[in-house]
Design a protein around this ligand. Structure first.
Ligand code: GLY
Length: 380
């Protein structure tokens, strides 16, 4: 079982989804990039798990392999770590024809991608995502970035990989919370573009146990999500219009993430962001009430919180630094129904009201969830 999905951007490439693909990294790199040296960027969780098969596969194809491990987590998307890696690439005398391999989750993909985008004004790279979140979203579409003190992803570039290799066998090592983080992006895709997928998730939620025991379903679902992203990115590579839809839940979600000091996982922040904006859209009369109700139920079924304990003013201030902000307004993605969404430009004062209403609604959903859970459940 294997899928090969072509991303039809200015420099097209293929996303491979299946099993035992780590072992194919070298062959895919050879065919899509060429080069003599491979600088593999990974983190100290993923490197010991998957570094060896990737190294071996690259060496078999004649690459001289260097592996750099960063600390796991958002703190590695920093200017300091990025500059260190650039210096390392220069020390190794990586040439413009050599390659970077991003082996890990969204943090590693963004960091290594930005390294590849900027070293010698751009060298080839390959994404080898190892988390659900990176497989369905972050590794595809060429967004690369690091964070600045003022906010998330504020320095970066669009730089497309030469290939993406999603080996679903890697999912078996994910912790449940990390897995749930990825589910938030799957739910996002379903809300903005695929009502049928949303229904499938309602009928059979993605549990870590289910996907670990059924890799065929994992590959199918990941490929389906890649295909949703393919359609959007192929139509709007540089996010001038349609691609903005992929930011559903992200203006508020990034604000929550920054306000929490990046303590909370990206997916759970996006989940609360989606519920907040959908709820505020109901209050504004532009979205039917069943939309946030169904989103709340699906988040819950996937082990994602409906609300997090963050200060609304801090979220607002952090969200003002978001890239989606213009001087006097911010882009928001408003669901119109399950499976369809639109972009709206909210003046900043209106955004503040939307945020307040939306976060208050997420609190109400969380309260209701607590009240309806049975005493037996509470006792457990
Ligand atoms: N993660 C949103 C995008 O790639 O546009």
């Amino acid at each position: 079982m294997e899928y090969a999905i072509n991303i039809d951007v200015a420099s097209p490439y293929t996303v491979y989804v299946g099993t035992f693909l780590l072992e194919e990294t070298g062959a895919i790199a050879r065919e899509s990039c060429g080069g003599a040296q491979a600088l593999v960027i990974t983190d100290s969780t993923v490197g010991p798990l998957f570094g060896q098969p990737v190294r071996q596969s690259l060496e078999t194809q004649g690459y001289t392999v260097h592996m750099e491990m960063v600390a796991p987590g958002e703190s590695s998307k920093s200017g300091a770590v990025y500059l260190d890696l650039l210096e390392k690439a220069a020390e190794l005398e990586l040439a413009r024809t050599d390659i970077v391999v991003a082996l890990g989750g969204g943090v590693v993909g963004d960091l290594a991608g930005f390294l590849a985008a900027s070293y010698m004004r751009g060298i080839p790279y390959i994404q080898v995502p190892t988390t659900l979140l990176a497989m369905v979203d972050a590794s595809i579409g060429g967004k690369t970035a690091i964070n600045l003190a003022a906010g998330k992803n504020l320095a970066g570039a669009f730089w497309q990989p030469r290939a993406v290799i999603a080996d679903v066998g890697c999912l078996a090592t994910l912790e449940d919370a990390q897995f749930a983080d990825g589910c938030a992006e799957v739910i996002k895709h379903a809300v903005i573009a695929d009502a049928e997928l949303f229904g499938e998730l309602e009928a059979t939620p993605l549990t870590p146990g289910l996907l670990k025991s059924d890799l065929a379903r994992a590959a199918y679902l990941i490929a389906r999500n890649v295909d949703i992203k393919r359609a959007v990115v192929s139509a709007d590579e540089r996010e001038t219009s349609l691609r903005k839809l992929l930011n559903f839940g992200h203006s508020i979600g990034h604000g929550i993430e920054a306000a929490s000091g990046y303590e909370l996982g990206h997916g759970r922040c996006v989940g609360v962001g989606m519920l907040a904006i959908a709820s505020a859209s109901v209050t504004a009369g532009v979205c039917p009430a069943d939309v946030p109700d169904r989103i709340a139920a699906l988040l819950r079924a996937h082990g994602l919180p409906l609300n997090v304990d963050v200060d609304t003013q801090a979220v607002y201030e952090a969200a003002l630094h978001d890239k989606k902000r213009a001087s006097d307004s911010i882009d928001l993605v408003v669901p119109r129904s399950i499976g369809a969404a639109a972009i709206s430009h909210a003046p900043l004062d209106e955004f503040k009201r939307i945020l307040e209403v939306g976060l208050a609604c997420t609190e109400a959903y969380a309260r209701e969830e607590k009240e309806t859970s049975s005493p037996e459940e509470d006792a457990c």
